[in-house]
Design a protein. Structure first.
Length: 299
């Protein structure tokens, strides 16, 4: 069956409009009755099939008593719900919560995520994620806790049966973001996550040299009903790539990464060895410190 045409903007518009109707304590039928519409018209509107004018949307938002910031956002999305691709400039830094990312991640059936220089976001422990955020030159310290909660909300979506493949470079796994103990905890977390039935964690070894993923991190999302898209992030913008040939280019990168990466068993063994080496190093340092605390023997 061919995939239904839909865009990232359209899905976010529909999801947030459905939420607004629900928060108003109404069903689609009740809203239709209030406005004197057929229920099918409300259904088409929330599913991005059109059939309403901007003025009619304003009536819906008023009937649902949508707060001004959300109202303005929905009105800004409405004219472009059919537009492929979406570059979202965020100003100084990305928002605490990416509604677009959450909407599309919740709707996805599978993701493939690649990160060349850090643990992929959805696999980070709280301490590791805090270390990354604290190292940012533009994220306000006052936002750290809220950003960590937002990340946890995205991570919880992995429990929805999402089929996940994560690629990470060897150097990214070795990078100590939150001290040695925190790094050991992060590696142990990766091993636990790798035990999940639908999660694959694959290491790209340094010995591979230059490779197709050098250009930077990205996440590929596929959907049961919609065409796939690519999600990339910078410090102050997000990009959702939906144009078919562009998505195919990223698919070629994924294939190339798969060809050079260690398999699941080898990757898990590599992470485990790295974790053991760090733990053994800790024990050795403890012995050295104990020896240093001993007084010199008398002559």
């Amino acid at each position: 069956m061919p995939k239904r045409y839909s865009t990232a903007r359209g899905r976010e518009f529909g999801e947030r409009l459905r939420a607004a109707i629900a928060q108003a304590g109404m069903t689609s039928r009740q809203l239709a009755d209030l406005l004197g519409w057929q229920e099918a018209k409300v259904s088409d509107m929330v599913n991005g099939k059109g059939g309403v004018t901007t003025l009619e949307l304003v009536l819906v938002l008023g009937a649902c008593r949508v707060p001004e910031p959300e109202r303005e956002h929905l009105l800004s999305l409405f004219p472009a719900t059919e537009v492929n691709g979406w570059w979202q400039p965020h100003g100084k830094c990305a928002p605490v919560r990416s509604h677009t990312a959450r909407t599309n991640l919740a709707a996805a059936k599978s993701i493939v995520s690649w990160h060349p220089h850090a643990i992929p976001d959805l696999l980070r422990t709280t301490d590791y994620a805090r270390g990354v955020l604290a190292g940012s030159a533009i994220v306000p310290a006052i936002e750290l806790d809220e950003r960590l909660r937002a990340l946890h909300e995205l991570q919880e979506l992995l429990r929805n049966g999402l089929d996940c493949t994560f690629y990470a470079h060897e150097f990214a796994i070795e990078l100590q973001v939150c001290g040695r103990e925190g790094h050991i905890a992060q590696l142990q977390h990766l091993m636990r996550m790798a035990a999940w039935k639908k999660i694959r964690i694959l290491i790209v070894p340094a010995a591979a040299g230059a490779h197709a993923g050098v250009a930077g991190p990205f996440t590929q999302l596929t959907f049961p009903k919609y065409q796939p898209l690519i999600w990339t992030m910078t410090e102050n913008s997000s990009l959702f790539v939906e144009e078919e040939h562009a998505v195919e280019g990223y698919e070629a990168v994924v294939q190339a990464l798969d060809e050079i990466s260690l398999d699941e068993h080898q990757s898990l063994k590599w992470i485990s060895r790295r974790c053991v080496r760090l733990q053994e190093s800790d024990e050795a340092e403890d012995v050295i410190r104990e020896d240093e605390d001993e007084p010199f023997p008398p002559l």
